[in-house]
Design a protein around this ligand. Structure first.
Ligand code: MG
Ligand code: ZN
Length: 220
């Protein structure tokens, strides 16, 4: 596991994002910027994904957190290459941080890189990292009012994963309303109710990822 801290990494976001995108294109790597609140279940979703798809996609992960290597350690246990970025209190990843992390990975034999952003529904949506798409994870426990309160992240994301569906019987979360609001904010977005805990609905998420990675690989 490699660890980078914010002081290592400076630079202008737009240029760095374009350079990251060019690098992903040259290598035929699909890059996904994974967004969501702290506790939405981003890392658990990733653990499930790495385990389920390890036989068909070559995957690596960039982990963004303010502090600790807790998430990178979890990813490492799944057998995937991982670089942890510690922002030292910074509330989002920027493209130069990701560029520094990419320099620590072997990019010659990868199909998919997932960049798990800092847990935050606000500014991570504003900083391009050079990714092919953004995915937002919203958990049932956060409430069905969040899409309209935090619209940008849903407008920016190609897919919204509604996680922890196993909690639906214990909450007032209105799935139909959440879906309606998300689709109103972003017509055409994929809305995928799942439970990483019970694995309900994950097949649709895997299918989405498979199709996305295949599209990028075909242009290589
Ligand atoms: Mg995490
Ligand atoms: Zn921020």
């Amino acid at each position: 596991m490699k660890v980078l801290v914010k002081t290592d990494i400076l630079g202008r976001n737009e240029n760095a994002a374009a350079e990251n995108a060019a690098l992903f294109a040259r290598r035929g790597i699909y890059a996904l910027n994974l967004l969501g609140s702290p506790g939405a279940g981003k890392t658990t979703l990733l653990e499930r994904t790495l385990t389920a798809l390890s036989g068909e996609l070559r995957m690596a992960v960039v982990e963004g957190d303010l502090f600790t290597v807790k998430d990178a350690a979890r990813i490492e246990r799944c057998g995937a290459p991982v670089v942890q970025i510690n922002t030292s209190g910074g509330c989002h990843l920027d493209a130069s941080m990701v560029a520094a992390a990419l320099a620590q990975l072997d990019l010659t034999a990868l199909d998919l890189i997932v960049i798990e952003n800092v847990g935050n529904l606000v500014c991570p949506a504003e900083f391009a990292l050079g990714e092919d798409a953004k995915a937002v994870v919203l958990s049932i426990a956060e409430g069905d009012d969040k899409p309209l309160k935090y619209p940008l992240i849903f407008k920016e994301s190609a897919v919204a994963v509604l996680n922890k569906c196993d909690l639906l019987p214990h909450t007032d979360f209105d799935m139909a309303a959440a879906r309606r609001d998300i689709e109103a904010l972003h017509p055409g977005i994929a809305v995928l109710p799942v439970s990483s805990r019970t694995e309900e609905g994950l097949a649709a998420w895997y299918a989405w990822l498979r199709a996305a990675a295949a599209k990028k690989r075909d242009v290589r």
